[in-house]
Write a protein that binds this ligand. Sequence first.
Ligand SMILES: Cc1cc2nc3c(=O)[nH]c(=O)nc-3n(C[C@H](O)[C@H](O)[C@H](O)COP(=O)(O)OP(=O)(O)OC[C@H]3O[C@@H](n4cnc5c(N)ncnc54)[C@H](O)[C@@H]3O)c2cc1C
Length: 383
Amino acid sequence: MNKFDVAVVGAGVFGSWIAYRLVAEGKRVALVDAYGSASSRASSGGETRILRLSYGSDELYTRMSMRALELWREFLGGGKELLFHQTGALVAAPAGDAMLRASREAMRNAGAPFETLEAEQLRRRFPQMPFARDAEAVFEPSSGALMARRLTQSVAAAAHREGAELLRARVETPQGAGHLERVLTCTESQIATETFVFACGPWLGKVFPDLLGERIFPTRQEAFFFGVPAGDLRFGAHALPVWLDRTDPRLPYGIPDIEHRGVKVAFDVHGPQFDPDLGERIVTAEAVAEAREYLAQRFPALRGAPLVEARVCQYENTSSGDFIIDRHPAWDNVWIAGGGSGHGFKHGPAVGEYLADVLAARRPPEPRFALASKHTVQARAVY
Ligand SMILES: Cc1cc2nc3c(=O)[nH]c(=O)nc-3n(C[C@H](O)[C@H](O)[C@H](O)COP(=O)(O)OP(=O)(O)OC[C@H]3O[C@@H](n4cnc5c(N)ncnc54)[C@H](O)[C@@H]3O)c2cc1C
């Protein structure tokens, strides 16, 4: 008899939650990662990630985000550490923006809490980031910032406490077809199980080059943290929400000065192609200048603020931005979970729940997560 029922390859936010759910269902789980959970190379390795409910007309993700928030809260229930900061989320856009309108409708349908802020209310409520007089916004009071790296590692540790074995090894590309008996690792060991889940984030295209090499697009993304003036509380988690700025075509977004690490600013447009193993994680001078220029415009009091930290991470985009959570077509017991596409972190708990349900035939597969809907040319549809 095999030692494990399921091997989950990849201990990012998706794999860790999948392992945690499966172990809770009594499965014997191995959680394997090449570099360790939420390493500096992993997409889940950043310090902070936004949890928001606004998704335009994509009610699927609004509902998933709501469910994920419940599960994050449940997970953190007894925790002493503050790993979710309920700052609220602000999504600003030019007045009449179709996506904002669609977000409101989807959130209303889903029963999500939100307020609409007209230009004047917006300027009064958040004077530290004065938007133009033709802007409007949605404010989600229950949303906020997740401490990504620590949360991912906490979930992996919780899976371990519940009985999962954590292994450090790179799993090699499986060979053959039909029913996969075992995989080999770079340490020349073997893992034999009944079911395999590959939650390898931006590495999925390397693990399955034929199937996913041209269907997962890892892109280089830079994030900047700017220091706030001494004694100034206007940029902390109690005064400033996490925010997405649709008034600018570069789709800037940011996170307040959490844990005194500086105000985070980044752009959601996709950067160039990036290798998650070998890519150097040093930001460019041009990107720093662009972030500085934006910061000065959006937060006048932070004009000239020093850059106190910067990070290079990668998105693992699918053609549309929809996740891939589906069975590998070559094997009856190999599953793929990934394609977070720059918005996946918040959904980790809901992805774990979804896959555990699908594996146990408790719910039908969601067509938008199907491999068949993922193409080799990018046409982003999820924001
Ligand atoms: C700059 C940036 C900002 C973002 N902002 C947000 C946000 O605000 N809100 C949000 O919800 N999402 C956000 N995201 C997206 C989110 O972080 C990702 O979608 C999510 O973390 C992906 O998790 P994952 O588990 O799929 O991948 P990863 O975290 O990359 O985990 C994959 C793991 O697989 C392991 N692995 C790979 N290949 C192998 C192998 N062969 N054998 C063993 N192990 C292997 C890796 O070591 C890695 O640990 C952002 C992403 C970035 C880069």
